[in-house]
Design a protein around this ligand. Structure first.
Ligand code: C2E
Ligand code: MG
Ligand code: MG
Ligand code: MG
Length: 284
């Protein structure tokens, strides 16, 4: 009986594995066509300057509007895009869409012209020999000043790529900003902050979550903000979900913040409404 149960468990396991493999293959096939079929979307999450309270940036976050499965989040397909290398083409599409949307925002209202857009890059993208030329072409085609684009890289991505130092230097020469994403959750080698042309540290939301509750998280967030400032960098907090955390971040001198309290990732049309509400057009 035990043997029979064991076998059936194995069969169930095999069937699950099979379902997973088919699932993954279907997703991969669909992902190959997703850009051409106009299924990729960019959601924009607002970032606010904590001193002035003004919207000073947006983070571009990819979504996939799958014809059958509905909206998929990055966690559901990005790994496939990375493993297959499709992320290079998809990433260029995202960067281009985000730069164009930001250029449109700049045209909309005079005091929207300082809004910066952040785009996430994965290791495959940073390792691509075409990255610099692609980014240069994209900002030029969008008619966006390169300084209005920030590229976000996690510490793990920075560690992964042998040539990341040179790629970052060349991106920086273009005038593009560089942010270290999820700071403190990777390898946190401070050498990278010394050797690479970084402009922004993003305080990871796992630390922000403990503000007002956990003295260790509080100490880490304070230290990251101070480190950023000591190096002449901007500190941006992620995952701000309530007023307590927002107040703590302000008190600790954090420069900017994003999170559900301040704004969910939204479609470009909603972002435009938000910016217009903040800065009425000159003839209003
Ligand atoms: P990330 O760059 O750290 O982006 C922040 C993530 O936190 C986003 O998840 C955002 O929706 C979520 N978030 C924002 N505010 C809050 C909050 O208050 N509380 C909580 N719990 N979460 C919040 P999302 O959009 O699912 O993206 C997940 C990750 O996928 C991103 O993490 C980034 O590493 C990656 N990613 C997203 N878009 C792209 C892209 O276009 N290209 C690449 N290469 N990676 C991307
Ligand atoms: Mg990010
Ligand atoms: Mg992050
Ligand atoms: Mg994070």
């Amino acid at each position: 009986q035990a043997k029979a149960r064991g076998r059936s468990r194995t069969e169930v396991f095999d069937r699950d594995m099979h379902v997973q493999a088919v699932d993954r293959l279907e997703l991969e096939t669909a992902l190959r066509r997703a850009v051409d079929r106009h299924e990729m979307r960019v959601a924009y999450q607002p970032q606010y300057d904590l001193r002035t309270g003004r919207l000073d940036g947006v983070e571009a976050l990819v979504r996939w509007e799958h014809p059958e499965r509905g909206i998929l989040l990055p966690g559901e397909f990005l790994h496939i895009a990375e493993e297959t290398g499709l992320i290079v083409a998809i990433g260029n599409w995202i960067t281009s869409a985000a730069c164009r949307a930001t250029a449109r925002l700049h045209d909309l209202a005079p005091d929207a012209s300082d809004i910066v857009v952040s785009v996430n890059l994965s290791a495959r993208q940073l390792a691509s020999p075409r990255l610099i030329d692609d980014v240069a072409a994209i900002v030029a085609a969008a008619d966006l000043p390169p300084g209005a684009l920030v590229l976000e890289l996690t510490e793990t991505v920075l560690m992964d790529v042998d040539a990341s130092g040179e790629a970052l230097t060349r991106l920086h020469q273009l005038g593009v900003g560089i942010a270290v994403d999820d700071f403190g959750t990777g390898w946190s080698s401070l050498r990278y902050l010394r050797d690479f042309p970084v402009d922004i540290l993003k305080v990871d939301r796992t630390f922000v979550a403990g503000l007002g509750q956990d003295p260790e998280d509080e100490a880490i967030v304070a230290a990251v903000i101070d480190l950023a400032h000591a190096l002449g960098l901007k500190a941006v907090a992620e995952g701000v979900e309530d007023e307590t955390r927002l107040a703590r971040l302000r008190a600790l001198g954090c420069d900017s913040a994003q999170g559900w309290l301040l704004g969910r990732p939204m479609a470009e049309a909603d972002l435009i409404d938000l910016v217009l509400a903040q800065s009425p057009p000159p003839d209003a």
